[in-house]
Design a protein around this ligand. Structure first.
Ligand code: 13P
Length: 120
């Protein structure tokens, strides 16, 4: 069982919810964590249990980063919106940086998320 973090920027939340619903059975085999809004939307969309952290801009990205640094997260599924500026861009960069540093599987789009989930 892998520990998976789920995050999406606002314009990507629908896409992540549809993806999570499509992969509900496989995701149910793993322990799920999400930033506040994304995690709540995934619970609504799938009924899967998701541990809720703070909303991303309020520290949720940093909480996921801390989980990575402490070895408590195996996979990060983070649908980033490449077309919008984020007020908390430094947090976004810190999270993806820690995922890279700690060699955590990190999927920033649907194609990669599919590949990661197929691997698990
Ligand atoms: O901002 C986010 C990722 O950077 C996600 O946070 P929310 O899921 O709370 O919207």
């Amino acid at each position: 069982m892998a520990k998976i973090g789920l995050v999406a920027h606002d314009d990507k939340k629908d896409e992540l919810c549809v993806w999570a619903a499509r992969h509900k059975r496989k995701l149910s085999e793993h322990q799920l964590w999400g930033t506040g809004t994304t995690g709540s939307r995934i619970i609504e969309a799938t009924g899967l249990p998701v541990g809720l952290l703070k909303s991303g801009p309020l520290g949720g990205d940093q909480q996921l980063g801390a989980m990575i640094a402490e070895g408590r997260l195996d996979v990060l599924i983070f649908f980033i919106d490449p077309l919008s500026a984020q007020p908390h861009d430094v947090d976004v960069k810190a999270l993806t940086r820690l995922a890279t540093l700690y060699d955590v599987m990190c999927a920033n789009n649907e194609a990669t998320a599919n590949a990661v989930l197929a691997y698990l």
